[in-house]
Design a binder for this molecule. Structure first.
Ligand code: ARG
Length: 406
């Protein structure tokens, strides 16, 4: 095609190889259409007449990846706010959030739970080039038990309100997975325990039986979809790992045995450790009910201890922020907390690039600056290996060879 004939070159004084942690100086990234064709330090290898984008003393690296977002969700205030906003209006907010996220340097997100397949619509509009946003892997409505964290429990029974991913029993959940697949999801999300921001659920308590979790995973994997399980409590985490999920979301109550189980099964832990700070400082002003603030107080400290323990034990941990709980576009704020609570800066970079790419099984497309992969490139002014918080100030964003921010 004509697009693939377009060649451009991006260069800067420094380029970070996120796999080795090496900083390469004065390298040129040659881009053919939407993919990287070559990376070279030899100027004579560059095609003649090429457009060179020189970012001077910047540090180039692959676009960031967040494995837990809700783009079609405004700030978590209270569970009644959603009653006054139509699903259509919410998607328009999602379009704005998608752009903010991309401009913050996130070229890939995994969006885990949206009603009405709003996330599928947003993903498709982005992929069709109609609106700017990150590449999205989407789950559609999250599966959950009746009355659980992924149900809508605010109204009394006469309203007959329930979330559109509610399913019970092994065959009920299989049917729900099939329905989500039918309408275009990339992965399956389910709620294995109670949660912080739902009404009437106990944060550490298991939801779904092992049999139901196994049915979800079997059905999803049969259809080539990975599975993400929301799980704070230890039993729910263990059941989900045993059932074969690909990632545990939140992962708050971990012990040694559970961490070892995750390592044995290769289960990835996605831990949103920045949220506590945000919710405990801003939640009350935002109108978060006392019930939910209380649950946040229960899990916050223990989750950060679990994070340290998991990192020190060599478990796989990825960046998963739950953006939407705090403002979209602030995703990178979690990286400095990941370093504060035990990761090296390189581990944090990998948790936001190559590890998510492996979780999504998208290694052939994203996660590194490497020939053959998409030209998803960001630039920052400082070396993130020396100061990880520089990733909160991304000043150049390219996705698939198109510049969105410069
Ligand atoms: N969506 C999650 C829940 O409602 C957010 C948890 C946020 N808190 C935390 N400490 N990670 O359960």
């Amino acid at each position: 095609s004509i697009a693939s004939a377009i060649t451009q070159v991006v260069t800067a004084d420094h380029l970070i190889d996120v796999r080795s942690g090496k900083v390469l100086n004065n390298h040129y990234i040659v881009i053919d259409g939407d993919r990287i064709k070559a990376i070279t330090a030899d100027k004579s290898e560059l095609p003649s007449d090429v457009d060179v984008i020189d970012l001077g003393d910047s540090y180039l690296m692959p676009g960031l990846m967040d494995m837990h977002t809700h783009l079609v969700r405004q700030l978590a205030k209270n569970y009644y706010a959603g009653l006054f906003q139509s699903p259509h209006r919410a998607v328009i907010g999602g379009v704005v959030n998608a752009e903010k996220t991309l401009m913050a340097g996130f070229t890939v997100v995994r969006d885990v739970g949206a009603s009405d397949f709003q996330d599928v619509a947003l993903r498709n509009a982005i992929n069709e080039g109609e609106v700017p946003g990150p590449r999205m892997a989407v789950s559609g409505p999250a599966l959950g038990i009746t009355g659980g964290h992924c149900d809508d429990n605010a109204l009394n029974h006469s309203f007959k309100q329930k979330s559109d991913g509610v399913a019970d029993g092994p065959w009920g959940v299989r049917q729900m997975v099939r329905r989500n697949v039918k309408y275009g999801v990339d992965l399956i999300k389910f709620c294995a325990t109670g949660g912080v921001f739902s009404k009437g659920t106990v944060v550490g308590q298991r939801q779904y039986t092992l049999e139901e979790m196994e049915a979800i995973v079997d059905e999803a994997h049969t259809h080539g979809r990975t599975v993400a399980a929301h799980a704070h409590g230890n039993e729910g985490i263990r059941f989900a790992i045993k059932a074969g999920v690909d990632s545990i979301e939140h992962s708050s109550y971990l012990d040694k045995e559970t961490i070892n189980l995750a390592k044995k099964h290769g289960t990835v832990l996605s831990m949103d450790i920045y949220n506590t700070e945000y919710t405990l400082s801003q939640g009350e002003a935002n109108g978060v009910p006392e019930e939910n603030l209380n649950k946040e107080r229960q899990v916050g400290t223990i989750q950060r201890q679990s994070f340290t323990h998991a990192v020190n034990s060599g478990a796989k941990v990825v960046l998963g922020t739950d953006a939407g709980i705090y403002p979209h576009g602030d995703n990178a704020k979690q990286l400095s907390r990941m370093v504060k609570f035990g990761m090296s800066p390189l581990q944090a970079l990998q948790a936001a690039t190559i590890e998510p790419a492996a979780l999504l099984k998208w290694q052939q497309d994203v996660g590194e600056l490497k020939p053959g992969l998409y030209a998803d490139i960001i630039a920052v002014k400082q070396n993130p290996l020396a100061d990880i918080s520089t990733l909160e100030q991304v000043h150049f964003v390219m996705k698939g060879g198109t510049i969105y921010k410069q």
